[in-house]
Design a protein. Structure first.
Lengths: 398, 321
């Protein structure tokens, strides 16, 4: 940048900067207000590679948190606030609860948690967590937002139910009414299948066939023969797949017995963030993120980014770092988080879920944004996705 | 070819009779070109190559030069408004998009969105004389007609920053609705109008106190709230009416500048972005990003009277008398 500036001008600029500092000081005479945020995660086991195309990313979430802290502090320089992020990455063989109790303990009111569902639950139930506000930047678990919900946890990423509803809305619009549901062997796949069944029911879609994938996960053996045989079922409009770890879902497309589109965890997917997303200023954060992290932004990065930006937005607007003040603001009508999705994001008062549009994306093309036009709701169309207030089984008192 | 065009221009000027024959310049973001339009004859006179991804455009107070932000070339080009030849370049910093000229026409203030900076350029010496740190993703920028203030809006910080033109330093900040996009001063420099893309609002800020005195919420029948994304804003010299482009709502809102009531929504082209008055302020021109045209609004009758195809992704607009 600034190639055009001579050293003399630069000298003049540094002189001007001194004047600028002097000019600004009286405006922010008070000492800086500090807002400290902890980030808690655990190292991941490197999974067996399914494809040479997918490089294992071990720090999903961290650069997102870092970018948000930087953004908060850019704003903080004008509001007299300073945001401090302290990262706690527990080793593979470490104990997350111990780290929480010992290291995070009394010092941090706000904790961004990037952990699997079960561990998130464990942390939320620790006595030390009761006086804190936890920001779940990773889970998609519906139970954590319903029967297992906790009033000290906010969820940034869309739940499985929100994803399934987004896909169902699109399939309804396309009149792909008859689904062939293919489910993987893992517990997560069973949960997503449950969300898909719920969505089918909500939007009047029909699951005409349901099968669990029991073949191998080896592309050389599986792809041509097994898929063709596996997909010889009664007629359907679309194959809906639940394979969260991506163990076989990629092999389905182009290999089904009948020519049918694939949707779900592979093919057309529902996600909070995607590299193809450029609308509503998204291209700017994509660029800023890539420049800093050297890779594309993943969902957990977006989750962590939103968590820390939510804290920043609440602290800036209330000029406070007090947990009760911020919590009240986060749940108030006034709270409007800018998440590069064209509409303000906010938290659902009944389960702490961030309401947000979902991106329906193919690997290299953004196909649609849900809620799909025409799906109406008395309060906000965003609440056509996931568990709406009357359906929620969350009891905040727990 | 050139002569023929000039002849055509003279001819249409003669034919268009009573109305002032102004020329409208439109940057075409995806054609890498500048469209030159005779709006009275509703005719695209010509399209000239301008460089990679042109967006912001302004005309010098003496109407001799056009300034065009050529985003992908990281510069602002100076174009002779008659010959349309490039006569110089300004060091704008990275990825210039929006910028503002001061009333004297010797300073240009550029938003550098990815770097959270405003670059101050001395036009005569073609030098960047200062970079000012502002909030995250600065976009809208305006200079008050009395030349006291440069105001920069940062989209992710949700603030407008008040920069004193004498010191080039920020002296105050006003928190506004999310994703503030564009700014417009009233001719008397007493009010700053700010649009919020995400909240779908227009905020009127009193310049003396730098406090919001009124928030106008746009609500167009039959258009969902997420499509109402206010962008460009201009206010007429008499401060009777202001106009706000509503982006993908495909409308321009007409606001009574005394009562701040929305009087009307005028249907223009798709994804209307930026606005410019004719020199006599009898007409308003709009760039319609995705329908690839510009609309002419007749301000006496408050109706859209013409639309003209100009090229792909019309972005900025400037008018020469």
């Amino acid at each position: 940048m600034m190639q055009g500036i001579s050293s003399l001008t630069q000298l003049a600029i540094s002189f001007l900067s001194v004047i600028q500092l002097l000019a600004i000081t009286p405006t922010y005479a008070d000492a800086k207000q500090i807002i400290t945020i902890a980030y808690l995660s655990q190292e991941l086991k490197i999974p067996p590679p399914l494809s040479n195309l997918d490089v294992f990313i071990k720090d999903k979430g961290v650069p997102g948190a870092q970018l948000a802290i930087d953004d908060n502090n850019t704003t903080g320089q004008f509001t007299g606030q300073q945001f401090v992020l302290k990262k706690f990455i527990v080793p593979l063989d470490g104990n997350v609860a111990d780290t929480f109790n010992k290291a995070i303990g009394e010092q941090y009111a706000y904790v961004v948690v990037n952990l699997p569902a079960e561990l998130t639950q464990t942390i939320a139930d620790l006595p030390a967590a009761k006086t804190k506000l936890l920001f779940d930047a990773a889970t998609v678990d519906d139970a954590l937002r319903n029967e297992n919900c906790r009033n000290n946890v906010l969820h940034l990423l869309p739940s499985r139910a929100m994803r399934a509803d987004a896909l169902a809305q699109y399939m309804m619009k396309k009149r792909w009414n008859k689904w062939f549901l293919v489910i993987g062997a893992n517990e997560e796949d069973r949960l997503f299948a449950e969300a898909l069944r719920r969505a089918a029911k909500r939007f009047g879609m029909k699951i005409v066939e349901e099968k669990t994938w029991e073949h191998t996960y080896d592309a050389r053996r599986t792809a041509q023969s097994d898929v063709a045989v596996f997909t010889q079922v009664d007629d359907y409009d679309v194959l809906v797949v639940a394979d969260e770890q991506g163990q076989f879902g990629e092999y389905l497309e182009y290999r089904t017995w009948n020519a049918r589109p694939v949707i779900g965890t592979q093919g057309l997917t529902a996600t909070a963030w995607h590299p193809t997303h450029e609308q509503w200023g998204a291209v700017q954060i994509q660029n800023r993120f890539k420049e800093q992290a050297g890779r594309w932004m993943e969902e957990q990065d977006y989750g962590a980014y939103l968590a820390i930006r939510a804290i920043g937005e609440a602290a800036t607007r209330t000029q406070s770092n007090d947990i009760n003040t911020l919590k009240n603001y986060l749940f108030s009508e006034a709270f409007a988080l800018q998440g590069y999705k064209g509409t303000p994001l906010s938290f659902r008062s009944w389960d702490g879920q961030l309401r947000q549009p979902l991106l329906l994306a193919a690997p290299r093309s953004l196909v649609a944004v849900a809620p799909i036009d025409g799906f109406l709701h008395p309060k906000t169309e965003l609440d056509t996705l996931g568990f709406d207030q009357p359906e929620s089984t969350c009891k905040w008192s727990k | 070819m050139m002569k023929k065009n000039i002849l055509a221009l003279l001819l249409t000027t003669a034919l268009s009779g009573g109305a002032q024959a102004e020329t409208v310049f439109v940057t075409l973001e995806k054609d890498n070109a500048l469209a030159v339009v005779d709006p009275i004859a509703a005719q695209l006179i010509k399209t000239v190559d301008i460089g990679s991804r042109p967006r912001g455009i302004a005309i010098s107070p003496d109407h001799k030069f056009l300034y065009v932000a050529v985003s992908d070339e990281n510069t602002i080009k100076i174009i002779d408004a008659e010959t349309l030849k490039e006569v110089g370049k300004l060091p704008s910093g990275d990825d210039p998009e929006t910028f503002a000229l001061n009333p004297a026409g010797d300073r240009l203030y550029v938003s550098n969105e990815d770097d959270s900076l405003v670059t101050v350029i001395d036009i005569n010496n073609k030098k960047a004389i200062k970079q000012i740190k502002v909030g995250v993703e600065p976009e809208g920028i305006a200079v008050s007609p009395d030349n006291q203030w440069v105001v920069s809006a940062s989209e992710t910080t949700n603030m407008v920053h008040w920069i004193d033109t004498k010191t080039n330093a920020i002296v105050d900040n006003t928190l506004v609705d999310p994703r503030p996009r564009a700014l417009g001063f009233t001719a008397d420099s007493q009010q700053l109008w700010v649009t919020s893309e995400m909240a779908g609002t227009l905020m009127i800020i009193d310049v003396k106190t730098r406090q919001i005195i009124k928030t106008v919420k746009f609500d167009v029948q039959g258009v969902t709230a997420d499509k109402i994304q206010p962008v460009g804003v201009v206010i007429d010299k008499e401060r009777k009416r202001g106009y706000v482009a509503l982006g993908p709502a495909n409308r321009v809102a007409v606001i009574n500048a005394e009562t701040f009531a929305v009087e009307k929504y005028l249907l223009v082209g798709q994804r209307v972005w930026n606005l410019a008055f004719s020199p006599d302020q009898k007409r308003l021109y709009t760039t319609n990003g995705t329908s690839n045209d510009i609309s002419l609004i007749d301000l006496d009758s408050q109706t859209v009277t013409k639309s003209m195809g100009v090229g792909t992704y019309p972005w900025g607009v400037a008018v020469k008398p």
